[in-house]
Design a protein around this ligand. Structure first.
Ligand code: SF4
Length: 325
């Protein structure tokens, strides 16, 4: 039997709070955007992070990419701590973690030719870059060298996203954070970008962290998935197990709304109410005001993470009770 793949990215107790303070530095309001999450990403895998908007998945992407400082917790890359944005060694290692943004138009400077956009990471790192290197980057994303001399407005949305991916590849990364990489694109272009990302991952042995609300994409491309709600992970495990047997009531509700042509599809679960504000997180289980299976205990007791199957964990008091039966 093959051993477990190597862990490339390890996240422990990760928290990101945004505080509004008064002039004396006293915290007036605290937004708990990410509130203590743990997961690991294995070499060569795609790890999906899903949930409704406001669940903290995009803030997690910013923390992993070093675009926000952590409030608490630890991020390790190849076993080395990269949590501090001030540590020069951590900054150097973080170059191997790159990000592809949701909106390709907003992430590329409209005044720059594609040549300049692709050369930018090298310029920042004070590394030499040749025409051949830029041509290779474009070829990797299936664009020819003539694109170097075009401006972003001359490119379609899909072509701009290819340039965004090529720019992320310039630093020879090991991990790419993909923040809703296809949601701004037409459906047929989405499939092309997904196929492109899959090919690049296999060719280069990359790991992806895919941040998305699109569960169909996760089911197609990811090996493992974590479901987030109000800054916490509710359920986590291998994609085939979690999709076949979602245990957390929130995951069950999310998955029941995936459009599939299947007569055995579970009945749709419509959650009542909106996601509460991360400024005002409910007591006990934070999902309890919307949970169709909530009991009185759920309003006062915070669930622990329990294992419900091989590498499959859930944060729910019902799962906790069943485990102790
Ligand atoms: Fe629902 Fe209670 Fe489980 Fe939370 S702990 S998901 S409220 S049943």
């Amino acid at each position: 039997m093959e051993g477990k793949a190597e862990v490339v990215l390890q996240v422990e107790g990760l928290k990101k709070y945004f505080d509004k303070k008064n002039l004396r530095g006293r915290v007036l309001k605290r937004v708990r955007a990410v509130d203590g999450i743990d997961f690991e990403v294995l070499r060569g895998e795609s790890f999906g992070l899903v949930g409704e908007s406001g669940c903290g998945k995009s803030t997690t992407a910013m923390l992993l990419s070093g675009l926000y400082p952590l409030t608490e917790g630890k991020i390790a890359f190849n076993g080395m701590d990269i949590s501090s944005l001030k540590d020069p060694q951590a900054r150097e290692r973080r170059k191997k973690i790159q990000m592809v943004f949701q909106d390709p138009a907003a992430s590329i400077d409209p005044r720059m030719k594609i040549r300049t956009t692709l050369a930018e990471p090298y310029r920042i790192q004070k590394k030499p870059v040749t025409e051949e290197m830029l041509d290779t980057l474009l070829k990797t994303v299936s664009l020819d060298e003539t694109y170097k001399d075009r401006y972003p407005h001359e490119l379609s949305g899909g072509q701009k996203q290819r340039v965004g991916i090529a720019r992320a590849l310039a630093m020879d990364p090991q991990v790419i954070i993909l923040d809703e990489p296809t949601s701004a694109l037409d459906v047929n272009v989405q499939a092309q970008i997904i196929n492109l990302l899959d090919r690049i991952k296999r060719e280069k042995g990359l790991s992806y962290v895919l941040i998305t609300h699109d569960l169909s994409v996760v089911r197609t491309v990811c090996e493992r998935v974590a479901v987030m709600y109000l800054g916490k992970i509710m359920e986590q495990g291998p994609v085939d197990r979690v999709f076949a047997n979602p245990v957390h009531p929130y995951t069950q509700a999310l998955f029941s709304n995936i459009p599939v042509l299947d007569e055995e599809k579970p009945e749709r679960i419509i959650l009542q109410g909106d996601v509460p504000s991360p400024r005002d997180i409910p007591s006990g289980c934070r999902f309890h005001p919307r949970c169709p299976r909530a009991t009185a205990r759920c309003a006062s007791e915070e669930p622990q993470i329990v294992q419900v199957g091989p590498e499959h964990t859930v944060s729910c008091l019902l799962a906790q009770e069943e485990r102790h039966e």
